[in-house]
Design a binder for this molecule. Structure first.
Ligand SMILES: *Cc1c(COP(=O)(O)O)cnc(C)c1O
Length: 485
């Protein structure tokens, strides 16, 4: 008969009775600092769980005697506590090639915003207090003038994100309608966007209590389609920017200026959800042109909504800008209170928006723009410096090469344009299944103490260095030189 070889020889096996009592371990001086740091309750609870696990192992004859030593148990306990109490929100190194990556927290804030946030974190502020009158103030007023200056709009309000901005705008304008439940919003079939994470224009519309009236076809929507759809319950003509897709080929989109004329004729507000919405013309830095908020206002849109943490490069926020009469209605809607932003967001927004007063300095001051305009030669140099240490870390079964690749702006901004970049490509050379080995490598990098996020494409791992800071590059070089997969 073939018995499995025991892992531990029987004389070295611990019995349940060998385990120390909980109290005996808990009162050891080696645990004092852990108790101060994590609290007696958590330490006791984790010790109880540890002893119970070890008791089970002892009963199954799978525990070595050395493992029941109090010093050994304490070491295991401290490790458990460390894992349990480590912050769940971690910084990661973004080598995905997507600059505004929604799952990785989108825009990185510039230093000036960090300083502004730090100040309001620790000191009282005039968030909603008018220092002139000594009375209650309006938090929007802190940045409204600045937004109007940068966009040419008459008025503005800020909420939690752009999804909230669209929801609030629809709710407020629908409730202005005599029969709110019948308020109709006309949108082209080609613009019924799903942003991801369940933000879909038709769903937002129904949760705002308004009725979506789809006009035109997926590829073509004419002026006459909008015109025919207008009726006594029409509350709004809405355009939605095709953020994350492009309709190409035999297409027809009705220009905003035409829609504005139609809206004026029938006295119906025309609104535009720009999504990313940039405040400056990005083509001056060689980036693809994206409609600016100012252009959209100038073309006659009554209201425009856009995000704070996409191309704008600020904190998570949503803006509604446009006609004062409409913004006033929006500000008074009860949802505005539920969707408002906090002081941290306000501080960061004010500071980031101020940078736009000197557009010529934006590429060096605004982190998002710095990353988007980063020179390909610079990215190449950085990749080449990293190549030997990554090759060392992954071993000879993998081949690490430096190659040109394309980065994406991300977050739905300019979905089909890509930025020339550089990075490391890892291919598997061994005899095993390549896809499994590449997935193993991707996981290894992702689960490091400082997680590194790349992307797999055709059985190779791509590490785009566009978003890698010099400090992070040095850290990777040191770590990779001294570790092995
Ligand atoms: C991104 C986007 C939204 C959602 O904005 P969040 O700031 O993520 O809430 C809405 N509409 C469009 C067109 C977008 O591109």
């Amino acid at each position: 008969m073939n018995l499995p070889t025991p892992l531990i020889t029987s004389h070295a096996l611990a019995q349940p009775a060998d385990l120390p009592a909980l109290d005996k371990v808990l009162h050891k001086s080696e645990l004092t600092s852990a108790i101060t740091q994590h609290g007696l309750a958590l330490v006791t609870q984790q010790l109880r769980l540890l002893l119970s696990d070890r008791r089970t192992q002892a009963l199954e004859q799978q525990l070595a005697k050395s493992e029941v030593e109090p010093a050994n148990l304490i070491a295991q306990l401290i490790e458990r506590l460390g894992v349990l109490t480590a912050s769940k929100l971690k910084t990661v190194i973004n080598l995905t090639g997507t600059v505004l990556h929604t799952n990785l927290g989108r825009a990185l804030l510039p230093d000036c915003a960090i300083a502004a946030v730090t100040q309001v974190l620790t000191q009282p502020t005039n968030l909603e207090f008018d220092l002139e009158t000594g009375k209650r103030g309006d938090r929007d007023s802190l940045i409204e003038d600045l937004i109007c200056e940068l966009t040419g709009a008459e008025a503005a309000t800020v909420v939690n994100n752009n999804a909230a901005a669209v929801l609030l705008m629809l709710n407020a304008l629908a409730s202005q309608n005599a029969v709110a439940s019948k308020a109709e919003v006309i949108v082209s079939r080609g613009e019924l966007v799903e942003i991801g994470g369940s933000f879909r224009i038709p769903d937002i519309m129904s949760s705002a209590g308004s009725t979506l009236v789809e006009v035109g076809t997926t590829n073509r929507t004419h002026y006459a389609d909008y015109e025919r759809a207008i009726g006594e319950h029409t509350a709004m003509l809405m355009k939605v920017h095709c953020s994350n897709y492009a309709v190409v080929g035999f297409t027809k989109e009705t220009a905003l200026s035409e829609l504005v004329k139609l809206g004026q004729q029938h006295q119906i507000p025309v609104t535009v959800d720009l999504g990313s919405g940039t405040l400056v013309d990005l083509s001056q830095w060689g980036l693809p042109h994206e409609p600016t908020v100012k252009e959209t206002i100038q073309a006659g849109a009554d209201l425009v909504t856009f995000s704070g943490d996409k191309l704008l490069g600020g904190p998570q926020a949503g803006f509604i800008v446009g006609r004062k009469a409409l913004i006033d209605v929006i500000k008074k809607h009860p949802l505005k209170r539920a969707l408002r932003v906090g002081k941290l967001t306000m501080a960061a927004l004010e500071s980031v928006l101020s940078l736009y007063r000197s557009p010529e300095h934006l590429p060096e001051r605004l982190t998002t723009l710095r990353l988007l305009t980063r020179d390909q030669a610079d990215i190449q140099q950085q990749s080449e410096r990293l190549q030997p240490s990554l090759q060392q870390a992954v071993g000879q079964d993998y081949a690490v090469s430096c190659e040109p690749m394309l980065s994406q702006i991300g977050s739905g901004a300019m979905p089909i344009d890509s930025l020339p970049s550089f990075g490391l490509v890892v291919n598997y050379q061994g005899s095993d299944k390549a896809n499994r080995q590449i997935m193993r490598l991707e996981r290894w990098l992702r689960t490091q103490e400082q997680p590194i996020i790349g992307r797999i494409h055709k059985n190779a791992l791509y590490l785009d260095c566009r978003c890698l800071s010099e400090q992070q590059a040095q850290l990777l070089q040191t770590t990779w030189s001294s570790t092995q997969l």
